[in-house]
Design a protein around this ligand. Sequence first.
Ligand code: SPV
Ligand code: MN
Length: 620
Amino acid sequence: MDSFEVDKVLDGAGLTNTHVRDFVKHWLAHTGAMRLEVVSAADDERLIQEALASGEIVPVDGGLFYSRSYFKDTARSEERTFVSTANPADKGVYNNWRPSSEMKPKLEGLMKDASAGKTMYVIPYLMSPAGATLEDWASGVELTDSRVVVLHMIRMARVGVNLINNLRNSASFVRGVHVTGDLENLGQGTPEDKRHFVTVADERLILHFGSSYGGNALLGKIAHGLRQASYDGQKGDFLAEQFMLIGIKDKQTGRTYHVCGGFPSASGKTNLAMMVPPAALRDRYEVEFFGDDIAWLNVDADGRIYAMNPEFGVFGVAKDTNEVSNPNAIDAIAPGTRTLFTNVAYNPVKHEVWWEGKTPDFPADVAGWYDWKGNAISERPADKQRSSAAGDEWAHPNSRFTTTLANVPNASPDAGDPRGVAIDAIIFGGRVRDREPLVRAITGLAEGVYDGLTLGAEATAAADGKAGVLRYDPMSMRPFMSYSEGTYAQRWLDVLGRAKDMPIFAHVNWFQRDANGGYVWPGYGENLRALLWLLDLKEGRVQGRQTPIGVLPRREELNLEGLSLSDAALDRLLNYDIGLWREEMKGREDHLSQFPGLPQEIWDAHRKLSAALAADGSPK
Ligand code: SPV
Ligand code: MN
């Protein structure tokens, strides 16, 4: 495109910010895209029609849509994701740091003319409600050569040219460039892997090459919303965390408590945030959804910690989403919601989608169904058609639905509050079959931060039966860490340390197993009971019992109305295995020892716990 044509497109779209215009022109020339388009959310219907016409998406009954990604492009790749800066001190254990002097030329090389023949879409977006306290850190522009990525971004972020024209500082926005690349020739998973997902954090520049899937391609979400934002938080005095965020409203007192917390990717944050209280508690309590994946936290002038969900939508895991596990999600993806499904199974005759766990059994008739790779189920050998063996799935295990917050039935009326909401409790949890009780409360800032830093979930090996090995995932930020873990821990102590009203911390675990491998706790909406106990403890309505690993509920303090659990199950849920914990402390020591510059307070919390476990610790 010549520069006259480019100006014409930008003028036509009303894009007046000269810094954005320069950014667009530079990368348009570099990537060699042949057309240019600036998009706003109002373009959704037209873009949907274009994508339907081109076959990039196909219709699902009720005005919903479906697409498949390339079969080697179905999830984030942690090995191919890098944080780059000019400062080697930013190198951490998990952030895959590389000097920007190495990565920028590398990405420029990969992106050179790589969008030839395609349209470059300009997506001006905001990762916050309008007018948010942290709005200055939320503005961004993603350039992408994928129309389907645009459709996702319109659902996941506030998108519109008006969001980028009148910035307080017109040069201050995150610059994101997404180039899909030739997916069939990128050597995914081989030593010659060409994919590079790079956040040049000190330049607020995101360069992602080689995927059109999820966090690899929707740059507002985790590249900006987590990696870039956590880096920016060092200057802007906030934390950006992979946290869900909910309100728990006690209708009897009229008080709403706000809880946020981190769980490793794909361990049920969406289910938790969309939770429906169990029938017996429904008259009294409501759970309000604020967000299921990202929260930005800051201390406001009143000395309280506020949290805000920067996202506009939900990119939720489809697997096991059903009326029982998550009825609100089922409503959020129902006819009329304009939901986009990715990599689930599709029936082009009935215009239906299906995924493992959507219904108790596979669809009655396999005829007409295609798996996530686009292969007909009916053409599989008979024993593979309705098989739950790994590799035989109809839907990819990381298949997703993309819908907006406005479609979530329990979305809070306060979800768009520019200030965010004041936080009462911060929780951490992972999938752990043994050592973690249902809930243990942690008072004390260093102890809470220590607990987040040592958050663990079962490694795949454990899930396969080799119990005992935890994969540590500090604050659930392991894949999104942007600077060194020692500095990160200090930031947590500093930011929260300024709060006058400290939230209570807790570690929760919905995933204890019995001797037969069955879940001891029913989970889902019942999880509210553990959170209610935590809030009761914070308010002094219950005392719990002190143990070395925190304050645990006394059996009678847990509201079990309408739930029948055996004594053995309750015993198991509200206790812990001292032997396993003593064992666990060695793993934690090794884990923390990797991080240079870890604050002394964190080591003190670790040693205090070790000493308490060594001294006694047997729960009475
Ligand atoms: C996650 O993996 O934690 C996600 C999905 O939230 S993605 O956006 O693909 O990273
Ligand atoms: Mn996530």
